[in-house]
Write a protein that binds this ligand. Structure first.
Ligand SMILES: [Cu+2]
Length: 153
């Protein structure tokens, strides 16, 4: 009789542990780590917007550094931006507001590739409509802004 009670207790314990582990693994973790559902056209837009980092941008007197300084892309069509460093000096593309995209993370080249070397590119795909001002970390006079507008899809 005592043996039976012990056996049932052990079984009950094993079952409750199994339920807890199952809940944690199949319900809690997927909800806690779920990324938002984003349309494929937003994740991989058909077009991208190109921005040059102009020669001589490391000079504080130069006002033309990100060219064009302000430009728009449309969500689901051209919400991907590509900066090409045409200067001989490394630069960054760094959010003024430490913006973090829900899918693609921090809008800051320092967070992924670091300084953008001469003739190299940095690209970032925004998955939300918004205005995203940015600057260069070593050269704070270098400022620009990209905006993502509501697209049609
Ligand atoms: Cu710079």
């Amino acid at each position: 009789m005592t043996n039976n009670v012990a056996g049932i207790s052990i079984m009950a314990f094993i079952v409750s542990v199994a339920i807890s582990v199952g809940y944690y693994q199949f319900v809690y973790i997927p909800q806690a780590t779920a990324t938002p559902v984003v349309p494929e056209e937003v994740l991989n837009p058909a077009e991208s917007v190109e921005i040059s980092i102009a020669v001589g941008s490391a000079q504080p007197s130069q006002t033309e550094n990100y060219v064009p300084k302000e430009i728009d892309g449309a969500l689901g069509l051209s919400n991907k931006f590509i900066w090409t460093n045409e200067d001989s000096v490394p630069h960054t593309v760094s959010s003024d507001t430490a913006y973090v995209d829900p899918v693609n993370g921090e809008f800051n080249s320092m967070d992924t590739i670091g300084l953008i070397p001469a003739n190299e590119q940095y690209e970032f795909t925004f998955t939300e409509v918004g205005e995203y001002p940015y600057h260069c970390e070593p050269h704070p006079w270098m400022i620009g802004k990209v905006s993502v507008t509501e697209g049609r899809f």
